[in-house]
Ligand binder design. Structure first.
Ligand code: PXG
Length: 286
């Protein structure tokens, strides 16, 4: 059975899910999106993802042509139609088709697309042994140019950094902000552990406010750990006891080498393992 995609208000076969080449989502990357996980047939933190989607749309003056309640129904309908128990949702809203030229006022009909599919996970081996990453020379978008808090369809900034990672044999790459501080990775937020304290860059470091990041902060605090959101440098990463990344796709994944520096003893540390366990219990609970 072919996958069903939600497009223009109804479910259509994947092969028929097509959008105009005049859509400004394609012409200019003018639109917003969300990437969410399905666990046990349910969308994890759907409300938080929808809130972020609406915030992203507001920031670019894009009116989403449905209510959050209608969007919730569309997402749940798409998950159910595809009978997906464990998977991934890509939700996007484009500016819609218009004339050539940047002017968003000359577009109409923003398109809402919901794709529910299986998920391509990192190999299990990387969760057990940890990732090696490098720092990309491509800095994260300057917040005054395009705020990283907007999850926009224009992901070239991250893709350029991802390419640098791949060229160095790494599946993720660390991105610094315009001040040279640690921001985040290309599709994941970053955490450090030092002397039992959990550190992560604050929102004003110019990051996407990850929903997995927020979940992990809550799990760490619930387990009695201190979580500090403050600016950090690459030096802080190099001398950390532990490092891990969070994201809807990656969940919680240890990092054991950054720019050829071994983090801690080179193996996923106890705090990382504990948070990974807690995250699994939360997402796989009955
Ligand atoms: N930073 C960036 C730049 C991201 O794109 C995250 C952090 C983590 O945020 P969440 O809310 O997921 O914890 C992201 C998330 C994909 C894909 O298909 C991308 C993301 C998430 C899921 C899938 O490339 N990015």
């Amino acid at each position: 059975m072919s996958l069903k995609v939600y497009l223009a208000g109804k479910l259509v076969d994947k092969d028929d899910a097509k959008i105009s080449v005049y859509d400004h989502g394609l012409l200019y990357g003018d639109g917003v999106f969300e990437g969410m996980r399905i666990y046990g047939g349910r969308v994890f933190r759907l409300q938080e993802h929808l809130d972020r989607l609406w915030d992203s749309a507001k920031a670019i003056c894009l009116t989403i042509p449905m209510t959050p309640e209608e969007m919730t129904a569309a997402v749940n309908e798409t998950v159910a139609a595809n009978k997906i128990q464990e998977g991934y949702i890509r939700l996007l809203v484009t500016r819609g088709a218009g004339s050539l030229g940047l002017d968003p006022n000359r577009t109409s009909n923003p398109q809402v697309v919901v794709i529910a599919d299986r998920i391509q996970l990192y190999p299990q081996e990387l969760y057990e042994n940890g990732l090696h990453i490098i720092t990309a020379s491509t800095i994260r978008n300057h917040p005054a140019a395009l705020s990283p808090r907007v999850k926009s369809l224009n992901y070239l900034n991250n893709i350029l950094a991802k390419l640098e990672g791949l060229q160095a044999g790494c599946v993720e790459a660390l991105m610094l902000n315009h001040k040279g501080e640690v921001a985040e990775c290309t599709g994941d937020n970053i955490f450090l552990v030092r002397d039992g304290i959990v550190f992560t860059p604050p929102t004003d470091a110019g990051i996407l406010e990850g929903i997995t990041r927020q979940t992990v902060i809550e799990l760490a605090e619930q387990s009695g750990r201190r979580v500090v959101q403050e600016a950090m440098t690459r030096h802080d990463v190099y001398i950390a006891d532990e490092c891990f990344l969070t994201g809807s796709a990656a969940e919680v994944i240890p990092v054991v080498k950054v720019d050829s520096r071994t983090i801690g003893d080179g193996k996923p540390g106890p705090v990382t393992k504990d948070l990974l366990d807690r995250f699994h219990r939360l997402t796989r609970q009955a």
